[in-house]
Design a protein around this ligand. Structure first.
Ligand code: HEM
Length: 518
C-alpha cells in the first residue's frame, strides 16, 4: 500500500473528526456561543483552500473588513484564530495570559527534530520559566550593556565593509547579525572565522522556520503519519528528521564547549552562556547534566530569533532610507547637532536623539519582523466578545494589522518617524515596542540587547554614509523594489542601493576602531 493510501485514510479520518467536533462536542462545550467569524468552510476540508500561503498577514488584514478583529479558519481539523487589533491581543494574550501562552505543537520540527526543547517552541511551564529566568539574569536592561563592546565591533566591521565593498552590503549585514549574536551568546570575538558554525546554525534556522508554516509538513497536519514505518516507500519523515536532529545537537554542543574552555582558562568574554553557567553555579554550587542541557538549549535558542531579526530590521531601515532621503537628512542633522561630526554616537547620547529613536520605532513598524507574531495555542476553551474559542486553537497576533494603524493621521505605508512625535501631530501612532517584540509571558527576552544593536547600527550607519537609490552606469536612478520574504521572519531579499561617503573623520575612526579589535 502506498503512502498516498495512508494519507487519504488519515485525511478522511481528520475530516470525520472535523465534522464530529463541529456538530458534536462543540455544541455542548460552546455554551451556545458561535465560533468567531471567518470565510465559509467547505464540508470536511474546512478552509483548506482559503488558507493564504503567501503574506498571510495581508490576507488576514483584508478579512478584517468583512469579519472584524477576530478571524477564524479551520482546515483538516486544525483551528486558527487571527487577532487583528491591539485590543483583542491585549484582552487575550495579555489579560488572559495563563490560557494563551502555549505554543502550537509541531510534530516534525518540535517532536521529531527535538526543537521542542528550544525556548520559542517550549510550552508554558517550569522549563520555559527556567529559561526565562536565565534570560532575565543575562539580558536585562542593565546587564545588556556588558555586550556593547562586542556589538560595536560587529557594527564597525559592517560599516567598514560598506565603505569598501558596498555591493556586498546585504551579505555583510547578515554576517553582522550573526556576529552580534554569537559574540553576545558565546563571547566569540567578531573577527573569529565562524563561517561553518554560522552556516550550520543558519541551516537549522531555515529548516525550523520553514517548518512552522502551515502545510510545510504533512505529518503536522496528520500527526498519525509519524507512526508509519520508515521502510515504507516514499516515507521520508524519519530520514528527514534524523538528518536535521544530528545537526541540531552539533550546534548545541560545539559553542557551549567553547565557553566552558574559555571559562576554565579564565579568558572568557562577557556572554549570556557564561552568565547562565555562573547563575547555576552560584545557586547550586555545580552544574548537573540536567542544568547543563537546559543552558545549552537556552543559549542555542537565542541564535535564530536574535540574528535574523537584527539583520532584517537593518535591511528594512536601509530600504527605507533609499526611498525617504528627507527622513535620512533629518536623522543626520540631529546626530550632527547633538553628537557633532567628530565622534560616533554612544548609547548615552540616545536620550538626546528623539528623532533617531523615532526612526528606530518606525523601522520596527514599517515592516515588522514577525508580521504574524509567533503563534500561541489556547490551553482551554474560552469565551470572548460573544464567541467560543475552543481549546487547542492556534492564535496568531496579526502584528502587521496592528502596525497599519492610522491614529497619527500619517498613512501607514509611509516611512515617517514623525508619527511617534506628538509635536508633529495631535496623537502618536501605537508604540511599536508594545507589539514588535511580542506580548506578556512570551515577550522577546532579547529586546534590550536588540534595541542597543539597532541604535548603534542606525546611528553609526547614517552618521558615516548616505544611503540612496542605486544608479545605472549613466547616472540614472534605477532602483528595483526588494521583495519581502514571506516567512515567519520577514525582511527584504537582496536588493541594490548606493552608499555615499559623508564624513572622512568618522571613516578614519571606524578604521582605527577595527584595527583595535582583537
Ligand atoms: C529587532 C529584533 C527582535 C525582534 C523584532 C524580536 C521579536 C520577537 C517576537 C515578536 C517574539 C515572539 C514573542 C511572543 O510570542 O509574544 C520573540 C521571541 C523571542 N525572542 Fe526576539 N526579537 C528580536 C531580537 C531578539 C534577540 C536579539 C534575541 C536574543 C538574544 C531574541 C530572543 C528571543 C527568544 C528566545 C524568543 C522566544 C521567547 C519565548 O518563546 O518565550 N530576540 N522575539
Amino acid at each position: 500500500m502506498s503512502v498516498t493510501y495512508y494519507v487519504s485514510v488519515a485525511a478522511f479520518l481528520a475530516g470525520l473528526a472535523f465534522l464530529w467536533r463541529r456538530n458534536g462536542i462543540f455544541q455542548s462545550r460552546s455554551r451556545g456561543y458561535p465560533l468567531p467569524p471567518g470565510p465559509r468552510p467547505l464540508p470536511v476540508l474546512g478552509n483548506l483552500f482559503d488558507m493564504p500561503l503567501h503574506y498571510p498577514w495581508k490576507k488576514f488584514l483584508e478579512w478584517k473588513e468583512p469579519y472584524g478583529d477576530l478571524v477564524y479558519v479551520e482546515a483538516l481539523g486544525n483551528r486558527t484564530l487571527c487577532l487583528n487589533s491591539i485590543e483583542a491581543v491585549n484582552d487575550l494574550l495579555v489579560k488572559r495570559a495563563s490560557h494563551y501562552s502555549d505554543r502550537p505543537t509541531l510534530v516534525m520540527v518540535g517532536e521529531l527534530m527535538h526543537l521542542e526543547n528550544s525556548t520559542p517552541f517550549l510550552q508554558y511551564g517550569p522549563t520555559l520559566r527556567e529559561h526565562r529566568k536565565l534570560f532575565h539574569a543575562a539580558m536585562g536592561p542593565e546587564i545588556s550593556k556588558k555586550y556593547l563592546a562586542a556589538q560595536k565591533d560587529a557594527v564597525a566591521l559592517l560599516i567598514n565593509s560598506i565603505l569598501h565593498n558596498p555591493k556586498d552590503f546585504w551579505k555583510e549585514t547578515r554576517l553582522m547579525g550573526g556576529r552580534i549574536i554569537l559574540s553576545t551568546i558565546y563571547g566569540i570575538p567578531a573577527m573569529t572565522p565562524v563561517d561553518q558554525l554560522l552556516d550550520e546554525l543558519d541551516q537549522v534556522m531555515k529548516i525550523a522556520g520553514a517548518g512552522t508554516l502551515p502545510g510545510a509538513h504533512m505529518v503536522d497536519m496528520i500527526p498519525a503519519l509519524k507512526y508509519l514505518p520508515s521502510w515504507l516507500p516514499f516515507n521520508n519523515i524519519h530520514k528527514f528528521a534524523n538528518k536535521w536532529r544530528t545537526l541540531v545537537y552539533s550546534t548545541l554542543d560545539k559553542p557551549y564547549e567553547y565557553v566552558e574552555q574559555q571559562m576554565k582558562q579564565g579568558i572568557d568574554r562577557p556572554s549570556c552562556t557564561a552568565e547562565f553557567i555562573r547563575a547555576y553555579e552560584s545557586e547550586s554550587g555545580r552544574l548537573d547534566a540536567k542544568s547543563e542541557s537546559l543552558i545549552k538549549w537556552g543559549s542555542a535558542s537565542l541564535y535564530a530569533p536574535g540574528s535574523e531579526t537584527t539583520f532584517g530590521v537593518t535591511l528594512v531601515f536601509i530600504h527605507a532610507m533609499a526611498l525617504y532621503p528627507n527622513v535620512q537628512q533629518k536623522i543626520q542633522a540631529e546626530i550632527d547637532n547633538v553628537v557633532g561630526k567628530h565622534r560616533l554616537p554612544t548609547i548615552s547620547d540616545r536620550a538626546n536623539l528623539p528623532y533617531v529613536c523615532a526612526a528606530i520605532k518606525e523601522a520596527l513598524r514599517w515592516h515588522p519582523m514577525t508580521p504574524m507574531g509567533l503563534a500561541r495555542r489556547t490551553n482551554k476553551d474560552d469565551y470572548y466578545n460573544g464567541y467560543f474559542i475552543p481549546a487547542n486553537t492556534v492564535v496568531l497576533p496579526n502584528v502587521w494589522a496592528i502596525s497599519r494603524d492610522k491614529i497619527s493621521g500619517i498613512p501607514p505605508e509611509e516611512f515617517a518617524p514623525e508619527r511617534f512625535m506628538t509635536e508633529a501631530q495631535s496623537t502618536d501612532a501605537i508604540d511599536p515596542y508594545l507589539y514588535a517584540f511580542g506580548f506578556s509571558r512570551r515577550e522577546c527576552p532579547g529586546r534590550h540587547l536588540a534595541d542597543n544593536s539597532l541604535f548603534l547600527i542606525i546611528s553609526w550607519l547614517v552618521a558615516t554614509v548616505s544611503i540612496c537609490k542605486s544608479k545605472n552606469a549613466d547616472g540614472v536612478e534605477e532602483f528595483v523594489e526588494p521583495s519581502y520574504i514571506s516567512a515567519l521572519i520577514s525582511y527584504p531579499g537582496p536588493f541594490e542601493v548606493d552608499f555615499k561617503h559623508r564624513n572622512e573623520e568618522l571613516e578614519t575612526l571606524i578604521k582605527h576602531y577595527i584595527a583595535e579589535i582583537d
